[in-house]
Design a protein around this ligand. Structure first.
Ligand code: PGU
Length: 454
């Protein structure tokens, strides 16, 4: 042993003190050698005075949506059914990788010229261009006039977060109005980005439809310039969207008050089966020449959930503004995750740029949307056949991935306990997780819940 270490082993110091002082001497260069065995053998509790420095930390609750899958995975029942997370399942209850995505991946693998270099901070240029075209329309004057900046982000969530951080840094109004209710992650994303979150009325639980009057009143009394989050289509969790005429009224009101629209487009193509129809709300706001932000996700419409592919577009009034905005977006992204991943964005670019691949995609997308729509009818018919008390017509009226059933927390807990059906506690069910085989099980469970649990 090194003489210094030996001399440190006085009878007054404990073994852990000796290890600590040896480590200090080693790190400060005063001891070129060290008894590494004694450092490595230091157990977490033996040396540093007992408790973990993290022992005060309290266990956080599971996420209200993703936590449903955690609970589902723990259930050993063979009949369990997960209608919590908004993720598409086939008639056989399996996750789906689109054929066109498999093809694109094969092309990527076969192309030996492809490398794994870092992408630029803003991501894959081709992907960004095509994404803007997809949401704003091929003929969009805003794109033609170079007034749009698009950056590749980590799916819809990442796009919202980057947009929010940019606004918190550079926009004069820090208040964002989000619909009530909304996707559970919205308030967290915006608050952590530094915005102050307020809500506007959106849903009427009595009609199970839009509270249009409440929405107009709340946006009408928002301070001038406030940011407003709008679900581009297939509102989550309610499945209730404004009509075309109502969108037009919302647009006029927002423009008259200089409210800044921030669209969350997580379901383009899923509401109606048509990519263009589902982008109408966004295009309406861009057509008037005004400014807006759009967060796009390819999780649902291309089934690229875990690849985390999305884009943030900021539509500006002038090309030079858009280019300065982009320079600042880079400063937001660089310290956050440096630059985005290459694989998923390459898949999307291959599909969007080739006419045949694109057409194939739209067919597969329409099949998914149609299957969801048919599940609505199946569930509605099954409840009617059982004479389940209540008016269930909202199941066929609502659109997109979810039905906001109106079931309360206790009824949801009952269905999970007695029928092994998993859903979020607000009564939202993912219609994409249902199949012909599981509709009767869900209808039985709903019937039992509304007749036995008040
Ligand atoms: N915006 C809305 C309105 C969403 O519903 C979702 C996903 C996202 C953004 C984020 O999607 P990305 O995966 O980041 O692209 N909501 C689903 C998925 C589960 C979750 O909560 O993330 C849901 O079940 O509500």
């Amino acid at each position: 042993m090194h003489p210094q270490l030996t001399s440190a082993s006085s009878s007054t110091s404990s073994p852990s003190d000796r290890r600590l002082s040896a480590l200090v001497r080693h790190l400060t260069g005063s001891s070129p050698e060290i008894d590494s065995q004694s450092i490595l053998s230091a157990s977490p509790t033996s040396g540093f005075h007992g408790d973990s420095v993290f022992s005060h930390i309290v266990r956080a609750p599971e996420d209200p949506i993703l936590g449903v899958t955690v609970a589902y995975n723990k259930d050993p029942s063979p009949v369990k059914l997960n209608l919590g997370v908004g993720a598409y399942r086939t008639e056989e209850g399996k996750p789906l990788v689109l054929n066109v995505v498999r093809k694109a991946e094969q092309m990527l693998v076969n192309d030996r010229s492809r490398v794994k270099e870092y992408l630029p901070i803003v991501g894959l240029a081709e992907f960004n261009k095509l994404s803007a075209k997809l949401i704003l329309g091929a003929e969009s004057p805003a794109i033609r006039e170079n007034r749009v900046t698009t950056v590749q982000c980590l799916s819809g969530t990442g796009s919202l977060r980057v947009g929010a951080e940019f606004l918190a840094k550079h926009y004069h109004q820090r208040t964002i109005y989000i619909p009530h209710p909304t996707w559970g992650n919205h308030p967290k994303v915006f608050t952590l980005a530094g915005l102050s979150v307020k809500t506007y009325r959106y849903y009427n639980p009595v009609t199970r439809g839009l509270n249009f009057q409440g929405l107009l009143e709340d946006l009408g009394s928002a301070p001038s310039g406030a940011i407003v989050l709008l679900h581009a289509c297939a509102h989550n969790p309610t499945g209730v969207d404004p009509t075309f005429q109502q969108w037009e009224q919302i647009r006029q009101l927002m423009r008259s008050k200089c409210l800044l629209p921030f669209f969350d487009s997580a379901y383009q193509g899923f509401a109606s089966g048509s990519l263009d129809a589902d982008a109408q709300s966004v295009r309406m706001f861009v057509a008037d020449g005004g400014e807006c932000l759009v967060a796009q996700s390819y999780a649902k419409n291309m089934g690229l959930y875990g690849e985390r592919v999305g884009a943030l577009s900021i539509v500006c009034r002038a090309a030079d503004v858009a280019s300065k905005v982009e320079s600042q977006l880079k400063l937001v992204i660089r310290p956050m995750y440096s630059n985005p991943p290459i694989h998923g964005a390459s898949i999307v670019a291959i599909i969007l740029k080739d006419r045949n691949m694109y057409n194939e995609w739209t067919i597969e997308l329409k099949e998914m949307a149609d299957r969801i729509i048919s599940m609505r009818q199946q569930l509605f018919d099954a409840l009617r056949a059982r004479g389940t008390p209540g008016d269930w017509s909202h199941i066929i009226k609502q659109i997109g991935m979810f039905t906001f059933t109106g079931l309360n927390k206790e009824q949801v807990a009952f269905m999970t306990k007695e029928y092994h059906i998993y859903m979020t506690s607000d009564g939202r069910i993912s219609m994409a997780g249902l199949s012909l085989k599981t509709v009767p099980q869900l209808a039985d469970a709903i019937h039992a819940a509304v007749t036995r649990v008040v």
